[in-house]
Structures are given as C-alpha cells and as structure tokens.
Design a protein. Sequence first.
Length: 74
Amino acid sequence: MRTMNSHVVAVLIGLSIGAVATPVSAQDTPERDAAIARCVKQAQTQWPNDSGIDEQRNRTATYKACMTAAGQRP
C-alpha cells in the first residue's frame, strides 16, 4: 500500500509540473521575442537613466504598456 501511495504522489507531482511548464513554453514564440526586444528598446530609449527608483518604475511601466499594446503578457 505504501508503494502505491508513493507512485500516486509521484504521478501527481509530474502532472502538476507538466501543467505549469506547458503554458510558459507555449508563450515562447518569435512574435513574443520580437515584442520583448522592441519594448525593452522603447523603455530604455524613453528612460535612459535608471539610477533612481522613479526612472526604474517609469521604465517598467513603459515596458508593460508596450507589451500589452502588442497583445503580449508583460
């Protein structure tokens, strides 16, 4: 009985890992890669100084808005 429980736990762990890993790899597309590159460049161009917390927040907000506008999850 103990061995059967161990197998059930192992199967459940494997299924849960597969469920989490699948959506992440499904999002890795050439379109997403292009959007990331474009949005990073836009954020860095708009906010070139990242020395302060406000600049970092603005850069992050710009990146997120760009990704959302591109139809991608930031």
